[in-house]
Design a protein around this ligand. Sequence first.
Ligand code: AVJ
Length: 324
Amino acid sequence: MTSPFARAFAGDPVRAEIVAGLRGTPKTLPPKLFYDASGAELFERICELPEYYLTRTELAILQRRVGEIAATAGPRCALVEYGSGAGVKVRLLLDAFAAAGTPLTAYVPIDISREQLAAVAEQLSAEYPAVPVHPVCADYTAPLTLPDLPQRARRVAFFPGSTIGNFHPTEAAAFLRRVRRTIAADGLLVLGVDRRKDAATLDAAYNDAAGVTAAFNLNLLARLNREHGGTFDLARFRHRAFFNEAASRVEMHLVSAVDQCVRVAGETFHFAAGESIWTESSYKYDRARLEALAASAGFAVARLWTDDDERFWVAVLEVAPERE
Ligand code: AVJ
């Protein structure tokens, strides 16, 4: 414990992350902070937007393929979902495993949004009384311990929504390696990944006409005001999102409209006019990059599905045999 702040922040890692992010160059904040109760609601509204094709495209692929997923996975599977959100996609899997006569032996939804997680766990337990639900409220970008799962259950990890895109590719590989250790050698990973595509489609998806994405981005500052003593004036920041072609990622920023100082988490931060806080990256994968990511994490791509417009991937990854 060498930093003078280590003790003060020991009980509040989120505050430490906020301060470290805003002290950096460029200023950054981690996207997991979007998902307080209002942020989770705003994200649900994003999923309904005509420009935001990701959610409905992935749902269409899953609808077509869940039978094959259940058949590939087989009996006595425990499903671990990283980022369960509103619990829409998992219903397809719960139904498909039940229809195949091989109901899931456990469902472990992991999410950072406590209110949403509790509500979804309660609904699903009522709707699927045969499937024990073990919710875990956690930040899965950090190592976490899962509850004990039924003996002999095959572990199927489910990481939909292209949330993998929020990780820098080297962090994505590190995260997938942790998932691989969690599911063990006979496990499977069902992964949703947004495909690389033309800039106009991506720009529209992250700059919707109704301004919901802007509200979602700005809610982060409102949250810092509510929970961390922030003095952000939301009228003095602008939502900005664009496709960075060289890095194959959509970047979201909150741009300071004026030269200003803001207090938050007990510190003061200066913003030059036009300076931004980088709040999210959303990496877009072509096939070669997806295969490389899987391989670097010790996975092999067993199945790879897309939609008719080739906008999104759903991949089933198996654990690759250990190399000596
Ligand atoms: C939930 C991380 C997949 O990156 O597209 C939506 C979040 N950000 N609009 C994404 C998001 C802006 C979303 N993920």
